[in-house]
Design a protein around this ligand. Structure first.
Ligand code: FES
Length: 101
């Protein structure tokens, strides 16, 4: 799937991946602001992204664990997700994510 990340400098970077999580894909491609400090176990929120509101149906809602974690982060919106909880698959093709940190 091709996924586009918009970083705090306003730059859009589109990367492609077939497996793993969106956080891992971002780290591999050195997307600024996605650190993945906890290794993807939903306990650091350094992989926080805002989903393009029009595409909210693609990712869906965070589960309870993820929502709890998001509450600790700044800059949370109703379209916040932790990208380590998003699995890269064809279903995510064309997804646009704004890096939150
Ligand atoms: Fe730590 Fe996603 S990488 S919460």
């Amino acid at each position: 799937a091709k996924i586009t990340f918009i970083t705090s400098d306003g730059k859009a970077t589109t990367v492609e991946g077939t497996s793993g999580t969106v956080m891992e894909l971002a780290v591999q491609n050195k997307i600024k602001g996605i650190d993945g400090d906890c290794g993807g176990v939903c306990s650091c929120a350094t992989c926080h992204v805002h989903v393009n509101p029009e595409q909210w149906g693609i990712t869906g809602e965070p589960d309870e664990l993820e929502s709890d974690m998001l509450e600790f982060d700044d800059n949370v919106s109703e379209y916040s997700r932790l990208s380590c909880q998003l699995k890269v698959s064809d279903a995510l093709d064309g997804l646009e994510l704004t890096v939150a940190n």
